[in-house]
Write a protein that binds this ligand. Sequence first.
Ligand code: ZN
Length: 225
Amino acid sequence: MSYSLYWADRKSTPWSLGKIVCVGRNYAEHAKELNNPIPTEPLLFIKPATAAVDIEKPFSLPKDKGECHHEAEIAILVGDTISKVAPENAMDKVVGAGIALDLTLRDLQSKLKEKGHPWEVAKAFDASAPLSGFVPCEIMGDEPIGIEFEVNGELRQKGDTSMMLTSIPELISYISHIFTLEAGDVILTGTPAGVGPLKEGDEFRANLLGRDGETRLTVTGCIQS
Ligand code: ZN
């Protein structure tokens, strides 16, 4: 069943979900916590549309695949074709912001990294990209600014765009010079420090903050047990 993108008020968007473009290690503190070098340019990978599930409906983690980590991320919804755009115009065709989890099979990813193999098996599996509804740009303002993620009432991750190695407009510009972004594509902009394993029965809550620091969107969800 294909995933339906929706606005934060639950109305449907005119677009079907395309590709989910992810950026790795966009917050220096997160690169450090996994003993990864800080990249000199954005590190990109893609999840297929089939990876998406509704973040507010219970979802399951892969069984017997080792630790599955939460990476809470600011998600950006693209509303029109973007190709070879300059950073100063990069937000023109962005229509909304939301919350995503870039779920990662960390043990498996470590093994793949050791061998120098691609990450897809650890990153692109079914339900690896829980997505929230999107807050339209008119409500969000120019750019979302921060994200907070709690598991079972404990704050695990908190980050804002000032901590990003590559800003959201620069990221969109960079991506658009490699491949075309289309209406319905979603960009996951990297995760702040504090990633860790999720387990069956965990309950989580995430907030998306606007430029004024105010919460623009809150979602809650749980891991199916
Ligand atoms: Zn990530």
